[in-house]
Design a binder for this molecule. Sequence first.
Ligand SMILES: [Zn+2]
Length: 332
Amino acid sequence: MLKKEHDVSMKILTLQALLRRLPKHHLKRHQVEKELARRIAGLRGEESINYELSLLQGKNEYIFQDLRLPNGEHYFQIDALLLHPNFILTIEVKNIGGTIYFDKKFNQMIRILNDQEEVFPNPILQIKRQRTHLKEFLNSHKIEDIPIESLIVFSNPYTLLKSSPEYTPQELSNIIQRAELPFKIERFKQTYNSEKLTPKDIRRLSSLLLKKHIPSPNTTLENYKINPGELLKGVHCPNCFELPMQRKLRKWYCSQCKIFSTTAHINSIFDYYLLLSETITNRKLQDFLQLPSRTSSLHLLRSMNLESIGTTKGTKYFLDFDTFSTLNRISY
Ligand SMILES: [Zn+2]
């Protein structure tokens, strides 16, 4: 049973907003585009194992996708976790095409595609670390003695996997192609045939995982060392993403694709939320959307029925993800 699905990827939405708001020739543009492509491929990979995971219908078998859990002062991430009464399985999904070479001598994963070599962190080390973190996390909550298995799943069936001869078959047994996942899980069930967690333990651990999951903080601008002043202002077109739209007859007009919109400002306020802050004042809204008057921006703010604090010019309005997902459909 699926207990937790993927979070809507805030990172992907934020990078898309950043690309909309960066001038065309900005130096960081290429870097942002590369990260966005990598994140989208990662998400598609994680989603691609949904079918294999949906085959798990056992009683007291729970799946959690996209967990970020605390261990001491740090956090560790797990693409998918299977909670079974006899064992726990963590899955790290890789959606990388081309030829993959695991190099033991330097502990690297090298991808060869179109005669280009690219180095990635070695996921074999990654899952070892992840297992240690998970063990410590469980011990700190008095859950001991449960076997933890980890798998690295390549989601693209055309990825060619190779390794240096120093690796033993045992060391490579955790690296599989997506189609093998159900059979591998079946083998774990046969290997671990004694119950370690009672249905009550499972319920407790299940709510613990959901409670301790903390989505990663949004620090995109800081990461790229981009100053808020470098971002383009104005309302962007919901159709072609051009900036800025013009205000005509209480509607937004795009001179590129010649469309009118009554709600385009909502998408742009969502950009503000993703890139700058979870609260906004009327003055900041007027500036960000480049509105002609304070009254027009106040009118737009009030029409969104946001929660607010304060009653004077400094009134802060609270923006949150749910506001936008209900006001507007979000896609990427
Ligand atoms: Zn347009």
